[in-house]
Each structure stands twice: as structure tokens, then as C-alpha cells.
Design a protein around this ligand. Structure first.
Ligand code: AHM
Ligand code: MG
Length: 346
């Protein structure tokens, strides 16, 4: 197939970025694309070179650090620091936020989960990188300068290391998807102006958590299953890799949910690194998100590694989640008996 007519990530960003963001933001997104290619190269060799398995460290989240987690984190930090575009960063894998040395500092704050879904590394299933970008004209001095609501983001995106490597990028107005041609070593525009379907086709949740779910989540799931009574209108699809579940739902029309439950009393997913960027992308694609009573983008973070309940995807399904949440708040749903032997909060 001739390649000449296809648009590269860099060309697309230069041509389509809103005028106000031309320049450094274009460079930054291009550099994130470079980091993505470097991480993709390591992911592709997992199992061949020594990147499988745990480092023996436990991260700030209390989770075992996989070697690929560490490689992805170090690669992202190094490329962003050298890009000249970034003033500060915060990573899911780092205890504290990172300030870029003055000589290299630029005008953006980048928050990221370097390798989401890392429990899938050893089984060769899809994993990814998630990032959010904030304008940051003055150099951050304190943690408070980094704890910004998701609404302030100017761009967000993710990379999936799956059967192909895709880079999805949203500037708040549109979402575009690029696929890596591994022979050329370049991302090419593959799904321009992605829009999430209006009709719900898929539901993604860890259903084995049902004993821990609040009543509203059980009500919502019951309602969605009821839609299948007459005919199979919906199907369940859940990989346990948020970014991959989100990508499938964005293309096929799905909703992902991971509520606050009796096991994860503040939620499992991280507000800054996972939920805010995906909520930003979902909304730019015509979808929606909620923590229960509103978008996670409106939450004012108090901690770098803050967690939240999260529902994201097709707008109609997110609205049904908010309706069930409101019913529980009004006391209309019977409270659930706690599970017989709670496993305790993670
Ligand atoms: P991670 O960033 O350490 O990989 O954790 C986040 C992941 C999500 O990708 C996924 O949706 C969720 O954790 C799965 O959690 P659980 O195993 O509790 O269902
Ligand atoms: Mg993650």
C-alpha cells in the first residue's frame, strides 16, 4: 500500500492543533510519541529480554513494581525532561512530584500512569500508558501547584501496547487515533475524529467485586442485564487493563465502571493519572464520566495518588449510573449486608 498519502502524528498535530497551542504543546505530544515508541519496543520484547517479572520493590500504591513498570516510568521521565517542554511531572510510580531542572524546564505539567494494567504484562495482554497535560506558565514550587483539577487539562491521551500500538490524543475538542507502523517506526493517523457511539453495546466491570459493591452499582448492573432479557443487546468485556478496556469501549460503545466499594473505600483507580485523562478524552469524543454525582474532572485533588470511584463511556449509560447513585443517596435502595468475610481495604 502506498504510504505517501498517510498523515503522521507530527504532521497531524502541526496542522490541527488549535492556534493557541501551536509550538511547545506540539513538540510535547510528539515527544510523548517518541517515549511511546521506546516503551513499545521494550513491551514487544517482553519474555525475550529480561523485562518480565517484579523488581522486588513496592511502589507508593503498595503494589509490586514490575520491571516493565520501572522501564516505562524511567523512559517517560527521561524523554519528557529532555524535551524542554515540561516544568514538572507526577507519575503513578513515583512517591513525589518531580520538578524539571531550570535549564531544561518548559511550560507544561504532565501527569501519567507509565504502564497501566501491569498485572497483564506476564500474560502478554494489552497494557498502556495514560497521560494528562496542563499548561504551567510559572514554575511549580509546591505540591498545591501540581494538584490541579482535571478541568484545567489542555490535552490528554494514551498509548496501547496491544495487537498493534496505538496512540490516542485529545485536545479537548476532538480525539484522534494513530497506529504505529513498526517497519517505518512512525505513528500514522488511523481513526480521525473518533466519536464514541451513542448506543451502549458493552459493559466492563470486575463482576467478582459484586459482594463489595454499593447498592447503586448493583442496581445499575441489574438494569443493564435486564436489557438483555428480550434479546442480546449488550455484552460484557473486561480485561482488567483500564486503558485497553477504555479504548475498546470508545470504539465499540461501552461503559467501564470501578466504583468505591467496601473493599476499596476510596476507589481503586487513581484520579490524576488514570481517571482525569480518560474522562477528558471520553468527553472530547462525545461520551461522559462520573464519580457518582458529577465528572471526576471537577474534583479538587488533595493528594497526588488520590483514588476515586469511576464510571466512563457512553453518555446514556453514565447518566443511568448517576441516576442509580442519586437513588441510593435519597435512601431509595435497601442498604446491602456487608460481605461475610471482608478482605479489608487495599
Ligand atoms: P495499575 O495501574 O497498577 O495497573 O492498576 C490499575 C488497574 C486498571 O488497569 C484495572 O482496571 C484495575 O486496576 C483492575 O483492578 P482489579 O484487579 O481490582 O479489578
Ligand atoms: Mg493504572
Amino acid at each position: 500500500m502506498p504510504r505517501v498519502a498517510q498523515t503522521t502524528l507530527t504532521q497531524h498535530i502541526l496542522h490541527n492543533q488549535p492556534q493557541r497551542f501551536r509550538g511547545a504543546l506540539s513538540t510535547l505530544i510528539t515527544q510523548i510519541g517518541v517515549a511511546a515508541k521506546m516503551i513499545a519496543a521494550q513491551v514487544r520484547r517482553a519474555g525475550i529480554i529480561e523485562v518480565w517479572g517484579e523488581t522486588g520493590e513496592v511502589n507508593v500504591q503498595g503494589e509490586e513494581v514490575q520491571r516493565l513498570d520501572r522501564i516505562a516510568n524511567d523512559t517517560f521521565i527521561s524523554v519528557l525532561e529532555q524535551s524542554g517542554c515540561v516544568a514538572a511531572m507526577a507519575s503513578e510510580e513515583e512517591d513525589d512530584w518531580l520538578r524539571v531542572p531550570a535549564a531544561l524546564a518548559g511550560d507544561y505539567l504532565v501527569v501519567f500512569d507509565p504502564l497501566d494494567g501491569s498485572s497483564n504484562i506476564d500474560v502478554s495482554a494489552s497494557i498502556g500508558t495514560i497521560f494528562g497535560v496542563y499548561a504551567c506558565p510559572s514554575r511549580p514550587e509546591r505540591l498545591e501547584d501540581v494538584l490541579r483539577p482535571g478541568r484545567d487539562m489542555v490535552a490528554a491521551g494514551y498509548v496501547i501496547y496491544g495487537s498493534s500500538t496505538v496512540f490516542v490524543y485529545a485536545d479537548g475538542e476532538r480525539v484522534d487515533c494513530f497506529t504505529l507502523d513498526p517497519v517505518v517506526g512512525e505513528f500514522f493517523l488511523s481513526r480521525p475524529n473518533l466519536r464514541i457511539p451513542d448506543t451502549l453495546a458493552m459493559v466492563s466491570a470486575n463482576e467478582l467485586n459484586e459482594p463489595y459493591w454499593p447498592a447503586w452499582t448493583r442496581g445499575l448492573m441489574g438494569e443493564l442485564k435486564e436489557r438483555n432479557r428480550a434479546r442480546r443487546a449488550l455484552t460484557g468485556r473486561h480485561m482488567g487493563s483500564l486503558v485497553a478496556d477504555f479504548h475498546r469501549n470508545l470504539i465499540k460503545g461501552g461503559v467501564f465502571l470501578y466504583p468505591v466499594d467496601s473493599h476499596n473505600k476510596r476507589g481503586k483507580l487513581r484520579l490524576l493519572y488514570e481517571c482525569n485523562p480518560l474522562a477528558f478524552i471520553a468527553r472530547a469524543a462525545g461520551g461522559a464520566d462520573t464519580w457518582g454525582e458529577g465528572s471526576v474532572l471537577d474534583l479538587a485533588p488533595e493528594h497526588l495518588h488520590q483514588r476515586t470511584g469511576f464510571v466512563v463511556g457512553v453518555a446514556e449509560a453514565v447518566a443511568r449510573a448517576e441516576d442509580w447513585y442519586a437513588r441510593e443517596r435519597r435512601g431509595e435502595l435497601a442498604p446491602l449486608a456487608p460481605p461475610a468475610a471482608p478482605r479489608g481495604e487495599r
